[in-house]
Write a protein that binds this ligand. Structure first.
Ligand SMILES: NC(=O)c1ccc[n+]([C@@H]2O[C@H](COP(=O)([O-])OP(=O)(O)OC[C@H]3O[C@@H](n4cnc5c(N)ncnc54)[C@H](O)[C@@H]3O)[C@@H](O)[C@H]2O)c1
Length: 315
């Protein structure tokens, strides 16, 4: 794809975005103020492309894709000629505001400025900027080169044409964009994840189930369907007469449960420490890195499986 992309901040998420854009054949200009991050990013992108290639998920030539990747210690240099800027700096409002002011001042006028922020609304980050109409959140799920969904969350003053361009661009580089129509705390993905996490915490705190057994419910249960269809299609197929039949059979049960799910769960230090003890019994802290690599191998295998299935049944 004939596009120049600036990846601003090359930590965990920035490196993975680098793989996405390099895979699509973009010229990728990486910037990070930290020398260690600048040094590590190209090797991570090389390894990511090689892994995708080995699973049949990248049809191009990794060498050619890497030749289009450059690393810069000066922000203005990285922004030169970029039509898309993906910001992946620290998740702090003051840091994002300062960085977006720099981006708006230095990026080309036609460039879209997209933040990877997990929870900071673009209306708070870019409110006062002259170029705020081209600013939006493009929130990925970690790691974006293996999980395609990206939430586009514009402010009410973001130009709708910028959101449309974002949707087209992200689809063209192989992602699966969705639009958050109105700004809301946590956007949509983390609201969905939060609903599940909050209920899991309530169930554990109330002594209804152990953390390990909650994993069974997801890993060997609900998660299997959710890897290829959403909650509404799921219930459409879970009653003989489809979703209307499902609503008639089970709607009252969900309504009754919702009343019991209204309490704010305890995310305090003690509650988290109990979860931490349960997790560390399963996985020692020193094994977290290896387990993350394992997760990525599982994700790449799943992506390959999903691609094969889509080719076979058009689904
Ligand atoms: N980790 C996740 O699961 C995840 C998922 C989705 C979105 N995000 C979002 O992505 C962003 C980056 O998160 P991360 O997990 O990669 O963090 P990280 O700590 O791994 O990386 C942040 C990088 O930003 C760099 N940085 C510091 N100051 C900077 C500046 N002024 N300009 C540019 N870069 C700067 C740091 O050197 C570091 O390399 C955050 O906004 C986060 O909320 C994270």
């Amino acid at each position: 794809m004939d596009e120049t992309v600036a990846v601003v901040g090359c930590g965990l998420i920035g490196r993975s975005w680098g793989i996405v854009f390099a895979r699509a054949g973009c010229r990728v200009r990486l910037y990070d103020p930290d020398a260690g991050a600048r040094e590590a990013a190209p090797a991570a992108i090389r390894a990511g492309l090689a892994e995708l290639k080995s699973y049949g998920l990248f049809d191009g030539d990794p060498g050619a894709a890497l030749a289009g990747v450059s690393v810069h210690g000066e922000l203005a240099e990285a922004l030169a000629g970029a039509g898309w800027v993906q910001e992946n700096g620290p998740e702090r409002l003051d840091a994002k505001r300062a960085l977006f002011a720099e981006l708006d001042a230095a990026a080309a006028p036609h460039a879209i400025l997209a933040s990877s922020s997990s929870g900071l609304k673009i209306s708070a980050v870019a409110e006062g900027l002259a170029g705020r109409a081209r600013c939006l959140v493009a929130h990925p799920i970690n790691p974006p080169h293996l999980i395609p969904c990206v939430e586009i969350s514009p402010a009410e003053w973001t130009d709708p044409a910028a959101s449309e361009r974002a949707r087209g661009f992200l689809a063209a580089v192989g992602q699966a964009p969705m639009l958050v129509r109105r700004e809301i705390d946590g956007f949509v993905v983390n609201r969905l994840q939060g609903a599940l996490l909050n209920e899991a915490l309530r169930l554990v705190a109330g002594g209804y189930a152990d953390p390990d057994d909650l994993d069974v419910c997801l890993r060997e249960g609900l998660g299997l369907r959710w890897s290829f269809m959403g909650p509404f299609e799921t219930i459409d197929l879970n009653a003989p007469g489809g979703i209307a039949d499902y609503g008639a059979r089970f709607g009252a049960m969900y309504e009754a449960m919702a009343g019991q799910q209204a309490s704010v769960p305890d995310w305090g230090a003690e509650a988290v420490a109990a979860l931490e003890r349960a997790r560390r019994e399963r996985l020692p802290a020193e094994a977290l890195g290896a387990r993350s690599a394992w997760r990525d191998r599982r994700l790449v295998a799943l992506a390959a499986h999903k691609r094969r299935q889509a080719e076979e049944d058009g689904g």
